[in-house]
Structure formats: C-alpha cells, structure tokens
Design a protein around this ligand. Sequence first.
Ligand code: THU
Length: 137
Amino acid sequence: MNDLIAQAIDAQRKAYAPYSKFHVGAAIRMSGAIYQGANVENASYSLTVCAERTAIFAAVIAGAFDLEAVAVCTNASPPSSPCGACRQVLLEFARDPSQVIVTSVNPAGEQRSWTLAQLIPDGFSGRELPRPPDDPR
Ligand code: THU
C-alpha cells in the first residue's frame, strides 16, 4: 500500500484544478500494475473529471480491468473520501468490493481507509444486465 500512496502523492502534482484549487491525486492498483490519475477541471465546470476516474480510464485503456486497491491524496483534513460518482465507477471494476481498500491521505500525514463495500454498499454493479459476448469482465 505504501507504494500506492507514494504514487497518489506524486499524482497530486499533476492535477489541473485552476477553478477549485482542490488538487487531487489518485493511484490505483489494477491487474497488478499501478495507474495514476489527477482531477482535470474545465471552464465549463460540470465537465470536470475527478482523479479517481482519470486513473480508472488510464488503467482500462492499458488493458487492466481488475481493481485491487485505491489511494487518494488531497489537502483536506481529515483526508477526503471519493465522491459518489467515483465510487460507482470504481465499483464497476471491483471483483469483490469488500477486498478493495481505499486509502486517503494528505500532506500532513493523516490517513483514512475504507473498503469499497463500505463506501458504496448495495451499489448497482450491472451484474443483472445481460452480458455481451465480448465482455472483458
Ligand atoms: N474531486 C476529485 O478529483 N475526486 C473526488 O473524489 C472529489 C472531487 C475533484 C473534482 C474537482 O476538480 C475538485 O475536486 C473539487 O470538487
């Protein structure tokens, strides 16, 4: 987990957050490799994409689909938890949400952790949906 936290701290420097000034870095372990993300804001505010989701998108385009762990770094105290939209997107790639640890840290060294199942209990997983024959999951 320490390497993942270090990557999240590093990713925070890459945030593009000129509007909120809330810089968020994320690092996720997916299918054994680490992927970074950072929030990318837009002058049309609602088009902003959170750090957790840019990390997921980087992993998916690299061919990784199995979410194992998440680390987030913000300047918030206490460390902030992922927004609802990101929780839903993380859930999409979690084989077992009770085994996916989400850790949030800040530069002051504070740390909070949850399982993804705690963050989004009884979430909509899409498992009820019909699966296309080329589904990678
Ligand atoms: N943000 C994230 O990157 N992740 C979250 O889970 C919460 C919010 C970003 C979006 C926006 O750029 C800024 O933080 C303020 O909401």
